[in-house]
Design a protein around this ligand. Structure first.
Ligand SMILES: Nc1ncnc2c1ncn2[C@@H]1O[C@H](COP(=O)(O)OP(=O)(O)OP(=O)(O)O)[C@@H](O)[C@H]1O
Length: 367
């Protein structure tokens, strides 16, 4: 599967721009602030229906405009071709259309065009709080299992309501019994998400080990373990045990929104013992493992977006990563870089590769 053409209208710093893409490698080259990441973001929007940055849609609309539109032609195989359009309008619901038909639920779109993005601040996956790690699991499972995304949306909505109720109660006891109603309503979604996360961690660890060996060539034994409060007690018992605390703190303190992934190296916490280089290799491996998982579970070759890897990774690691992803085991790849020479040099060793270079300057693309 690949994206064969991309059209942006009033998207970020682009007015009107159309690009015909290579099925293998597309390089966006230009100075800082030119709009290279915005092009990767446009591709991500077409695949996932939202920004990879977590920014609300309004920030994707070009300043001073009322709306923006992205159009992509995806070739799924020799006979199947999709025209996908994302329409963003200020203060209106976004619309995603496939071959002229709008989706009733945007969640139904997710997973049709699997995508993985590698960005400079991916190190947050190891160094920061559990939310980023849950996002890695949620992003992977949402793309491979539509029921997962629906349960996740439902869980988050109920959780927000439960938290609003706790705020309203302001520490008072819940005479209406509404808290227990929420707890019962949350249970099926929580149980489903927990089970899927449990069954994700085993295969994902295997893919992670493979990717780590390929990217680092080193001998450390890295490990990933899924950690959830539901391992120790049932949902009902967990909610019951934390109800008093929730009332005092006025938020839901326990649940699968507290799940985490624990990373280790040779049996020790990874973030405490890994060198800078090992950490970078590990983070890249997480993303490459995600790529393989999506490929296996969607039966499609994901699109890989590499943002600014040249500036943030050392030359050896970039070379290793590129050798890997430009090999036959990967599909369409997009790269952004500030240095036009560097891309060319790195790719010259691979003369048979079908690739395109686009020069980006001030929201305009030539190439
Ligand atoms: N909604 C918007 N409307 C107009 N311009 C925008 C909007 N959002 C961002 N921009 C502009 O887009 C530019 C940033 O683009 P982008 O992040 O793609 O740059 P880049 O080429 O990847 O740069 P770097 O190499 O520094 O990462 C900035 O000039 C910013 O002002």
């Amino acid at each position: 599967m690949y994206l064969s053409s991309l059209t942006l209208t009033q998207f970020k710093n682009y007015g009107s721009q159309q690009l015909e893409l290579s099925p293998r490698l597309n390089c966006f080259v230009g100075p800082n602030g030119a709009g290279k990441t915005n092009l990767l973001e446009a591709v991500y929007y077409l695949c996932m229906g939202k920004s990879h940055t977590g920014n609300p849609d309004q920030y994707a609309i070009r300043h001073g405009e009322d709306g923006s539109r992205l159009e992509g032609i995806f070739l799924l195989d020799a006979s199947e071709r999709d025209k996908t359009v994302v329409k963003l309008r200020k203060r209106q619901r976004k619309v995603i259309e496939r071959n002229g038909t709008p989706y009733d639920r945007l969640a139904d779109h997710v997973g049709r065009y699997p995508v993985v993005i590698i960005v400079p601040d991916d190190s947050a996956l190891v160094l920061e709080g559990s939310e980023v790690r849950r996002r890695l699991i949620d992003n992977s499972l949402s793309q491979t299992d539509p029921a997962y995304l629906n349960h996740l949306i439902h869980y988050n909505r109920l959780l927000a309501n439960r938290n609003a109720l706790l705020k309203e109660l302001a520490g008072r006891s819940d005479t209406s019994g509404l808290l227990s109603v929420y707890d019962q309503q949350l249970e099926p979604a929580a149980t489903y998400l927990h089970q899927r996360r449990q069954s994700f961690s085993g295969p994902f660890t295997e893919l992670l080990l493979e990717a780590y060996a390929a990217i680092s060539g080193e001998k450390e034994q890295v490990e990933l373990r899924y950690k959830s409060q539901l391992e120790e007690q049932s949902w009902a018992a967990l909610m019951e045990a934390n109800r008093e605390k929730d009332r005092v703190l006025q938020r839901t303190t326990a649940g699968i929104h507290r799940d985490d992934l624990v990373f280790s190296q040779d049996g020790h916490p990874l973030r405490r013992v890994a060198s800078q280089g090992q950490l970078k290799s590990f983070v890249l491996s997480l993303k490459l493992a995600q790529y393989r998982l999506l490929e296996r579970d969607t039966q499609r070759t994901p699109i890989l977006l590499l943002d600014d890897i040249f500036d943030k990774l050392d030359q050896d690691r970039v070379r290793q990563l590129l050798t890997l992803v430009l090999g036959s085991a990967y599909g369409q790849v997009f790269i952004s870089d500030t240095d036009p020479e560097r891309v060319t040099q790195l790719i010259e060793g691979n003369p048979a590769l079908d690739w395109r270079r686009f020069l980006v300057a001030d929201g305009r693309v030539t190439g």
